[in-house]
Design a protein around this ligand. Structure first.
Ligand code: AKG
Ligand code: FE2
Length: 238
């Protein structure tokens, strides 16, 4: 990642990505990890950026103050802009099509109040029924307790999605009136029952500096953060 104080060439983790392995993992599992994409100094610099912006008027605060979201972060620092552009190039190389820019989210999670059910439940979802790629950069080591990204491998496949659609589990007639799709918030009990059919949620545990490309039409969530801090960037495209 480009350092704002000293000019140097941006890191090119792109050239280390094995595109055919990445495509294969995205097809079979729904996500692909690129370890050591950024060094710890770059991660530290972005964490500092997030902390410095926590009181911005436009910051989104969720889960009883435990989560802050800074949208449009690609316009707020050269290093974040560089990550956004690199993510776009990565998706372009993977799919052969240029994605349309949308936004870069910088997010920080701190431990939730474990007594509160409302901040824990209702997190499982699909971003979209149709395939959609996002690029994450984890800025802290993710652990079982830090609130890792979790997804159900294989749930991004068309066979799975169409079965769920046909069973009325993803979209319901009432969605038209409510303006929200059923798949935008899936019941925990249903997620539990999927495990007995071999579709088990898996946390993505990795080191700070790891990049993840993920198809967010898979069932996924950010597990509630119970311990430590969680900082990440998420690049969105259309
Ligand atoms: O931050 C996360 O781990 C997941 C958030 C999420 O659901 C998303 O970005 O689509
Ligand atoms: Fe999501």
């Amino acid at each position: 990642m480009q350092n704002t104080s000293r000019k140097r060439m941006p890191d090119t983790f792109l050239d280390r990505v094995d595109l055919s392995s990445a495509r294969e993992a995205l097809k079979s599992r729904g996500y692909y990890l690129i370890e050591n994409a950024y060094d710890s100094a770059s991660c530290q610099q972005v964490r500092q950026f997030i902390d410095e912006h926590e009181s911005d008027p436009k910051v989104e605060v969720n889960y009883a103050g435990s989560e802050i979201r800074l949208w449009g972060s690609q316009d707020k620092s050269p290093s974040l802009s560089e990550f956004y552009t690199t993510s776009k190039t990565l998706l372009e190389r993977l799919s052969g099509q240029a994605p349309q820019p949308h936004t870069l989210l910088a997010i920080r999670n701190r431990p939730i109040d474990e007594a509160s059910q409302t901040v824990q439940l209702g997190r499982w979802h699909l971003d979209s029924f149709f395939n959609q790629m996002k690029v994450f950069l984890f800025l802290t080591d993710t652990t079982e307790a830090s609130g890792p990204f979790e997804c159900i491998p294989g749930s991004h496949r068309w066979g799975f999605k169409l079965r769920m659609l046909a069973k009325g589990l993803y979209v319901r007639p009432a969605d038209i009136l409510g303006g929200k799709r059923t798949y935008q918030s899936l019941e925990e009990s249903w997620i539990d029952s999927l495990s007995s059919h071999g579709y088990r949620p898996q946390p993505v545990l990795c080191k700070a500096g790891t990049v993840m490309v993920v198809n967010t039409s898979a069932i996924h969530r950010a597990r509630p953060c119970l311990k430590g801090n969680r900082y990440a960037l998420t690049a969105y495209f259309h």
